[in-house]
Design a protein around this ligand. Structure first.
Ligand code: ASP
Length: 363
């Protein structure tokens, strides 16, 4: 996959009278429930356009913010999201980086944590907020959570510190009462308004009567360095979820998939798997063929600890990398991102072991 030449996004504007001092925020509308309306025939929710969304949030005009927008020409249910869409979002951010103080991406919740993880790896040296939000109920619904999420996202994207610099300098997911690091968040509920959590990292901010930033955990990119966007992904990857009774022929078939270059292995507890000789051999053969295998836990909280049990030690001895406390979303997107680079195998292994942008606890 290479740099997109033509973006499937089109521009629109909901701009209020401009003032030099007001923050300038670009909304990037990709689709998702927040902008959906019900199909009269099927009664199923379908993505709809940005004007409809904004018409339902008249309060937006009361904000002391200059807002412009771009939208996907065909807004999508985020279940159809893929790396080409990530490239389009990143391209808009790159093209508009100097003209705006921050970015709000409106996105479906289903794959939001994949997009936020992917963007965090794509946007090296990011120094401005990229706040991703959406909603569980459409913006036209009387009980919608979308209005509050959108307004708070615009406020967080506009927030500055005492030196006038953006308070948030990373990709984050804003949902209901919290702001989460984008590559640490996971959708945990298809019903609750509080749909996201970050099980191994604290919230960047919480929302009550005020917006409370957790300054100690905010990212501070190293000084210097221009925004550098990494567009390439290699999608020759898979997730293999272990379960008691998993068969040799099944695992062999998956590991020997033609063209496969990377595997996220979801193991039990602190990173353990079956000690059957066939399983150990399949892991050894796969890593010897140059397949990058990353071990993450099926537990949503805690970290892989390869040496804690012999049932985990043999996995690392077979050349499998510990994904420590990576989320499933961050591990698969990090793998696609690194495999899509021009790095050598050794360098990919080295970078997989490092935290690139706060996605993993390494000490
Ligand atoms: N299926 C929707 C989507 O991910 C769900 C949502 O937005 O909440 O686009």
């Amino acid at each position: 996959m290479t740099t997109p030449s033509r973006s499937p996004l089109q521009t629109a504007s909901c701009r209020s009278p401009q003032s030099a001092k007001r923050p300038r925020i670009l909304i990037i509308y990709t689709g998702g429930t927040i902008g959906m309306i019900e199909n009269a025939e099927t009664r199923a929710l379908e993505p709809f356009n940005f004007d409809h969304l904004i018409e339902n949030v008249p309060k937006i005009k009361l904000l002391d913010i200059d807002i412009e927008s771009v939208e996907f020409s065909n807004p999508i249910d985020s279940s159809s999201m893929n790396p080409i869409h990530w490239q389009s979002i990143a391209k808009v951010i790159e093209d508009n980086y100097d003209s705006f103080d921050g970015f709000v991406v409106l996105h479906g919740t289903d794959t939001m944590a994949y997009t936020s993880s992917a963007l965090s790896f794509m946007l090296e040296n990011l120094r401005k907020p990229v706040i991703i939000t959406g909603s569980q109920l459409p913006i036209g619904d009387v009980r919608t959570d979308g209005e509050e999420n959108l307004i708070t996202a615009l406020q967080v994207a506009s927030a500055r510190d005492g030196e006038g610099m953006p308070m948030i300098k990373e990709v984050a997911i804003l949902f209901e009462d919290f702001l989460w690091r984008g590559n640490r968040a996971t959708k945990h509920s298809s019903d609750n308004f509080c749909a996201f959590s970050s099980n191994n990292f604290p919230a960047l901010a919480s929302f009550g009567l005020g917006i409370h930033f957790n300054r100690e955990v905010l990212r501070h990119p190293r000084p210097g360095g221009e925004l550098k966007v990494h567009y390439n992904f290699d999608t020759n990857v898979m997730v293999v979820d272990l379960f008691p009774g998993i068969q040799e022929n099944v695992v062999r078939h998956m590991f020997e998939t033609p063209g496969i270059r990377g595997i996220v292995l979801k193991t039990f507890g602190a990173g353990n798997g079956p000690t059957d000789p066939w399983f150990i051999s399949l892991l050894q053969e796969a890593t010897a063929r140059g397949i990058v295998i990353v071990n993450i836990s099926q537990c949503v909280n805690g970290s892989v600890m390869p040496g804690l049990y012999s049932a985990g030690l043999f996995i690392s001895q077979a050349g499998v990398i510990s994904g420590r406390d990576l989320t499933a979303e961050a591990s698969i997107t990090k793998l696609m991102h690194l495999l899509g680079s021009n790095h050598s195998h050794e360098r990919i292994v080295e970078l997989m072991n490092r935290s690139l942008c706060g996605e993993m606890t390494t000490d």
